[in-house]
Write a protein that binds this ligand. Structure first.
Ligand code: M6R
Length: 611
């Protein structure tokens, strides 16, 4: 969480910092700050958005070609001006920005207090700034040595950048579990918590590994580890499209990203569904395909929306390949001592590729000897670097905190994997395989058709903007979609929402039904269709209000529901790619009508890089 940007070079640092913070604002947005060095360091920080920081800095001295910036998502200490980063050490020797959590901050703080330090903020970061300073002042050592020594005393996670007042020609950066990427320009360097703010300046980047420490000067980059050894470094070409960050006329990134789904799904299968529609090629899995094909079981780990995609993956792989699949919350999996071994295949799904729990689950699975695969949207992210093999989703950068196009891209990849494995295992043969591949090609145009119902969905949303709670139910492939619909609604509109398998209603939730309770029913025609018709009748018998997502031409549910949204006909295995679209739009419009902050909902951040 939190966004970090740093610059050192011949040019003014301020534009790089402020534009970088705007790119990073999706990671955290409760306060922000910068420090710029032009001989002496200046620090400007305040509570609020980047725009508030810009207003605050306006008219102040921003000269300098070395600087750091930070946008915060509070962990220690409430969002306010003082807790905003950068933090300055007591005697002003060090200025630091930090992403992560220093878990032993309390012990370190007490130790520093015994050495005469006092603290102005409630943050763990200020403790770190003072610890570095204390070590620096206690011996005749360089700033980078003080940083490295201080970090050996730290328990926790960090991605940090440090300025030392006495050594103003360098930035010192270090990483442990919180991503940092260095961009290499011509006599200039950039550093950031992800590549998005530096992609417009350079395509050459180095991703720091855990325990790396970088000493970054205008014309020199020295990489060490906490233990001094030189790490292996990899220069990568950034595969990020710049200029795709605008809203392109949409009111919000979320809406833009919902409408991008015909393209993002097509981009995800482009080159993988081979042109004559006879096969699927997933280059990233080629070397391990036989092992996956013969898997005893597959475990999928993920968080949030990616976990919902994982559930759909379970249904797809079990249906089409007959391989048992278990889906785990990464946060539970990593701590519950799961039974794992070299014969297991673990698939980690993450849009950002930087979710702390998902990365920890990957490491655990690797330690147990499992083959670990990744499904990820961000090139060069932790997940893509730490897994043995994997498949990128090509959804493009997702800025809205509420995940939309990444979800459907993940399902697209999972569907391709299931179809490919099903074919290799001779469970889907010849004509059937070709016809399913052909049908997959038609999904983007079916979504185009669905998106034309936006105005209708907006008018349905108007009737629900003041509700306190909403239920979402479905069966089979529609159940994970119900979970996702509920998550979308709660995270952006702050309306309480729950998703259930429809049959579970009778085991408790049906007690909630009265004439104030809207229930979104995802009732796509499949083998359990008649059952869900009964569920709708049960809700109506108790005066609940039903918004039904149904297959094109449906008459049974349509005749009893209060509101009906049709999705184009498709094979049930592709249905979640369609049925989730009206739910995304419904949540979006309800949240807009409630005047919520769509792209930056309260308390959330785009990538959860702390546990
Ligand atoms: O980057 P990841 O896919 O690993 O992120 C996982 C969740 O944090 C994420 O899906 C979150 O639930 C979204 N805000 C949902 O819209």
């Amino acid at each position: 969480m939190c966004g970090i940007i740093g610059y050192i070079g011949p040019n003014p640092a301020y534009p790089v910092l402020i534009n970088g913070l705007k790119r990073l604002e999706y990671r955290g947005y409760d306060s922000a700050g910068i420090s710029i060095l032009d001989g002496t360091p200046k620090v400007y920080k305040c509570m609020g958005k980047i725009q508030d920081l810009e207003d605050y800095v306006s008219g102040k001295d921003i000269t300098g070609s070395v600087g750091i910036g930070h946008t915060r998502w509070a962990t220690h200490g409430e969002p306010n001006d003082i807790n905003a980063h950068p933090h300055t050490s007591r005697d002003g020797h060090f200025i630091i920005i930090h992403n992560g959590i220093i878990e032993n901050w309390d012990l370190l703080k007490k130790e520093l207090e015994r050495n005469g330090y006092s603290f102005v903020s409630d943050t763990d970061t200020e403790v770190l700034a003072n610890l570095i300073e204390h070590i620096y002042l206690s011996g005749d050592i360089k700033a980078e040595a003080a940083v490295r020594l201080a970090l050996t005393k730290v328990v926790g996670t960090y991605g940090l950048v440090v300025i030392c007042r006495n050594e103003p020609d360098q930035l010192i950066a270090a990483r442990c579990s919180s991503p940092l990427v260095i961009g290499i320009g011509s006599s200039e360097y950039f550093i950031a918590s992800d590549a998005s703010p530096i992609a417009e300046y350079t395509k050459s980047v180095i991703y720091l590994n855990d325990n790396d420490v970088a000493i970054i000067k205008k014309d020199e980059l020295i990489l060490k580890t906490l233990q001094v050894d030189e790490p292996k470094i990899t220069l990568q070409n950034l595969n990020i499209e710049t200029g795709k960050y605008e809203k392109d006329g949409f009111d919000h990134y979320m809406l833009k990203e919902i409408f991008e789904q015909p393209r993002s799904i097509a981009d995800t299968f482009r080159g993988r569904l081979v042109p004559d529609q006879s096969d699927i090629k997933l280059g990233g899995l080629h070397s391990v395909l036989t092992q996956i094909q013969n898997a005893r079981r597959i475990i999928i780990v993920a968080c949030g929306t990616s976990w919902h995609a994982a559930l759909i993956g379970e249904y797809l792989i079990e249906d089409l390949c007959r391989i048992p699949v278990e889906v785990e919350y990464a946060s539970e999996f990593r701590y519950r001592d799961p039974v794992l071994g070299p014969e297991d295949i673990v698939v980690a799904i993450s849009q950002s590729g930087e979710t702390a729990d998902t990365l920890a689950a990957v490491r655990l699975a690797k330690e147990a000897g499992a083959l670990v695969l990744g499904i990820c949207n961000v090139t060069g992210s932790g997940l893509s670097r730490e897994t043995h093999a994997g498949v990128y989703t090509h959804a493009g950068i997702e800025i809205g905190v509420a995940s939309t196009k990444a979800f459907t891209a993940q399902i697209t990849v999972l569907t391709m994997i299931a179809l490919l494995l099903g074919n290799k295992r001779e469970l889907i043969t010849g004509d059937k395989y070709r016809s399913l591949i052909g049908e997959m090609h038609s999904i983007p145009s079916k979504i185009e058709v669905l998106l034309k119902q936006d105005a209708k969905i907006r008018s349905i949303a108007a009737g629900f903007k003041d509700v306190c709670s909403m239920l979402f139910i479905g069966r089979g492939y529609c159940f994970p979609v119900a979970l996702e619909g509920a998550l979308k609604l709660k995270e952006i509109s702050y309306i309480h929402a729950e998703g259930y398998p429809a049959a579970e209603m009778k085991h408790g939730p049906i007690a909630l039904i009265d004439n104030n309770m809207p229930v979104v029913v995802i009732g796509i025609r499949d083998k359990s269709y008649e059952k869900i018709v009964s569920n709708v009748q049960e809700i109506k018998a108790r005066k609940g209000i039903v918004i039904a997502i149904v297959s094109e031409g449906d008459e049974q549910i349509a005749s009893i529901a209060d509101h009906v949204i049709e999705i184009p006909s498709t094979n049930i295995i592709f249905s979640s790619l369609l049925s989730v679209i009206p739910l995304q739009l419904l949540s979006y419009h309800i949240a807009v009508l409630r005047e919520c902050n769509i792209d930056q909902p309260r308390n959330l951040a785009k990538s959860v890089t702390v546990e």
